[in-house]
Design a protein around this ligand. Structure first.
Ligand code: PLP
Length: 362
């Protein structure tokens, strides 16, 4: 069967084993005679799937008991608003570290809800790096400090998260959740749209420390209040049942692979292959991110000029590669190498890059 060499930024490649399992169960899940999409979300069969996804995520990410796990809708973009609505009270300020377009969007949305400030910014370099701990500043009025752990568009990633003592660290982890081992206790709240490492689009994971729930003073709309979803185990209204089912299959797959530690090793090896190809290309390929801030999920690079980039993308397409075009704010190319992208696809890409460089330069 035809399968693309898929380097899309999201929605992105899913593990083939997950798609095969879903295909096997497509018409008749758990011997119900129904597909998962036809089940009532109040049925025992669906509730089991839903609860299994929650407990697998808790196990895989080693989420302590003082955190709630929520499955919401509206994408990570809705969290740009829900986070300040729920965590930012009058007299307090939300601080944002700007490391790319997504953190800018998060800041802009928070500004519509309450007082905000920039804790640090890498904008002056077109987001080539992650600010160091001593560049980050915030006041005693901080309700939280927000970071974007991986910058999908610019290809930068945090290695060391800031330590903020009493102030909660809030993280948009949409494009690197489950890609490496993290210490959840360092975070007050984590959110992630599913469509990169967790599954298909349609479900958004929120992990929130229990003492932060209800720390806002405003009377929120029911659906925008974390408390509603906590009280109802994320089943207040009809959830995205198919997306949650596929999330549960992806989580099973992560466990079968040996967990996030094994995925982290694979991701490091995959990223090294491509960065080495860039670094050993005598300047033909140039990485956008500064080496110490390089992402293991999105590798961004440019070619000598527009014509070379165009030809590279045309030839890559003919060779079966998908999704290698860079975002317009960086230009050039981007290879998104999330958990489900196998090492063999990265090897093929590196082979292609080397051949292209040789034939273009000769
Ligand atoms: N944050 C990051 C880091 C992203 O990469 C994306 C989407 O690609 C978003 C937020 C927006 O996510 P959504 O489309 O789920 O709202």
């Amino acid at each position: 069967m035809k399968r693309a060499l898929n380097f899309n930024a999201g929605p992105a490649a899913l593990p083939e084993a997950v798609l095969q399992k879903a295909q096997q169960e497509w018409l008749n899940i758990e011997d119900t005679g129904m597909s998962v999409m036809e089940l009532s979300h109040r049925s025992q069969t669906f509730e089991n799937i839903h609860n299994k996804a929650i407990s697998l995520l808790k196990e895989i990410m080693d989420i302590p008991d003082n955190y709630e796990i929520l499955f919401l809708q509206g994408g990570a973009s809705l969290q740009f608003s829900m986070v300040p609505m729920n965590l930012l009270s009058t007299g307090k300020k939300a601080y944002y570290v700007l490391t790319g377009s997504w953190s800018e969007k998060a800041l802009n949305e928070a500004g519509k809800i309450g007082d905000t400030a920039v804790a640090a910014s890498a904008k002056d370099t077109n987001y080539t790096y992650i600010p160091s701990a001593d560049e980050i500043s915030f006041g005693e009025d901080a309700a939280y400090v927000h970071i974007t752990t991986n910058n999908t568009i610019f290809g930068t990633q945090w290695n060391n998260y800031p330590v903020l003592e009493e102030v909660p660290l809030v993280a948009d982890m949409s494009s690197d959740i489950l890609s490496k081992k993290i210490d959840i206790s360092k975070f007050g709240l984590i959110y992630a749209g599913a469509q990169k490492n967790l599954g298909p689009s349609g479900v958004t994971v929120v992990i929130i420390r229990k003492d932060l729930v209800n720390s806002s003073l405003t009377n929120l709309p029911t659906m925008l209040n974390y408390e509603t979803h906590i009280k109802n185990n994320s089943l207040y209204n009809t959830p995205p049942t198919l997306a949650i089912y596929l999330l549960s299959l992806v989580l099973e797959w992560v466990k079968d692979q040996g967990g996030v530690e094994v995925l982290q090793e694979n991701n490091t090896a995959k990223a090294k292959l491509i960065y080495d190809a860039i670094d050993n290309s005598e300047g033909f390929y140039k990485g956008h991110a500064q080496p110490e801030s390089r992402s293991h999920m999105n590798v961004t690079f440019t070619l000598p000029d527009e014509a070379a980039t165009k030809k590279f993308l045309e030839e890559a397409k003919l060779a079966g590669f998908v999704g290698l075009n860079g975002h317009r704010s960086v230009g050039g190319c981007r290879a998104s190498i999330y958990n489900a992208v196998p090492l063999s696809h990265c090897e093929k890409l590196v082979g292609f890059m080397k051949n292209f460089k040789e034939s273009y330069s000769s």
